[in-house]
Design a protein around this ligand. Structure first.
Ligand SMILES: [Zn+2]
Length: 113
């Protein structure tokens, strides 16, 4: 009467052995396409903006850079108190240059490269 069908096990083929991922031994280092920028100084300078292609005088902005943090750390060690005087010293700050026209970041002057 009732046909007793044998459980049909789908014959799953054993998983094919995946070849190991190919090791690219020699990866060609990507050459960063950096636009050659003139070395930036501490003061605004005239340059050609690579973004808006205008001759501009850069906007400068003082930033707390590595040199200033080192100075703060040095002050802490020497004086024993957390000395924030270096925060007030402009010469210790990095200066970032941006385009006044399009606000494009043009580079920065760093106390410590
Ligand atoms: Zn610009």
């Amino acid at each position: 009467m009732g046909e007793s069908l044998p459980p049909s096990y789908a014959s799953v083929p054993p998983p094919a052995l995946q070849p190991p991922p190919v090791q690219y031994a020699q990866q060609v280092p990507m050459q960063p396409m950096l636009v050659q920028m003139p070395p930036m100084g501490r003061h605004p300078q005239s340059m050609l903006c690579p973004n808006c292609h205008q001759q501009v005088v850069t906007n400068t902005k003082n930033e707390n850079g590595l040199a200033m943090w080192l100075a703060v750390g040095g002050c802490c060690v020497v004086t024993g108190v957390c000395c924030w005087v270096p925060f007030l010293i402009k010469d210790l700050k990095d200066v970032s240059h941006t385009c006044p026209s399009c606000q494009y970041y043009l580079g920065s002057y760093k106390m410590i490269k």
